[in-house]
Design a protein around this ligand. Sequence first.
Ligand SMILES: NC(=O)c1ccc[n+]([C@@H]2O[C@H](COP(=O)([O-])OP(=O)(O)OC[C@H]3O[C@@H](n4cnc5c(N)ncnc54)[C@H](OP(=O)(O)O)[C@@H]3O)[C@@H](O)[C@H]2O)c1
Length: 252
Amino acid sequence: MTHTPGTTNQPTTVLITGGNKGLGYEAARRLGDLGWRVLLAARDEQRGREAVDRLTADGADVIFVPMDVTSDASVASAVTAVSQIADRLDVLINNAGITGEQVGPLDQLIGPADTLPEHLGSVFAVNVLGPVRVTHAFLPLLRAAGDPRVVMVSSGAGSLTIASERVRPEASVAHLMYPTSKAALNMLTLQYANGIPDVRFNLADPGFTATDLNHHQGTQTVTEGSDAIVELAAASPGPTGQFRGRGGSVPW
Ligand SMILES: NC(=O)c1ccc[n+]([C@@H]2O[C@H](COP(=O)([O-])OP(=O)(O)OC[C@H]3O[C@@H](n4cnc5c(N)ncnc54)[C@H](OP(=O)(O)O)[C@@H]3O)[C@@H](O)[C@H]2O)c1
């Protein structure tokens, strides 16, 4: 079991949003394997509990926390639940995310000319406002930890540099919703890192990974895709204000 230096014998504790499947689930599995206490948050009770049951069957210390990142009430209840389990939170992984497929299939996502404010709104509600809501709510518990850190799960699709190069695959398909939400998340994270120096804030770019998000068209495994998330979560001491993929720094 891994303990945070300078603290009691409570294990290193991580909360992962959208932990019931895909990259969040794989990060939960890997951090559980390190001996961490994993608070697996999911918006759907059944999906969350099934995920926790799979991980605890393998011996990991994993606890289900109901949380819809778009709901103030749900996030407040999650804070109460976590406070009853742990007196601090070492790591928060803001992983929950959507593409905007709610308004069209992935390969025919609504293009810039047809995108309306409400289309953006539904994606920003999860990918941008969600991490702000969750981070704000959990800051007191994070600040009770010795080396608190927040990992924001972003995407190369949010890189202004990559989008402006126009040769990378991420730049080949133009959508307003997902890339702009991740670009906003990148700036949010830098502002958090600059404004809250006692908590470390970093961004992980998983790379194109086979999950439900892209109908398993991604070319990496979830283990490969979760490398940067796990690395940033586990780095202690470590950096703040960085944008990292499994191959190193990602251009802003
Ligand atoms: N896969 C890739 O190639 C790739 C590349 C770059 C970045 N990313 C990012 O990686 C993160 C994880 O994506 P993934 O590929 O693992 O996708 P995924 O398999 O579709 O998982 C997304 C997770 O987010 C959850 N979620 C969605 N809306 C939520 C809400 N309102 N409240 C709480 N949870 C919510 C989902 O819950 P339900 O099961 O209940 O829907 C699910 O657990 C996302 O932020 C994504 O943008 C993925």
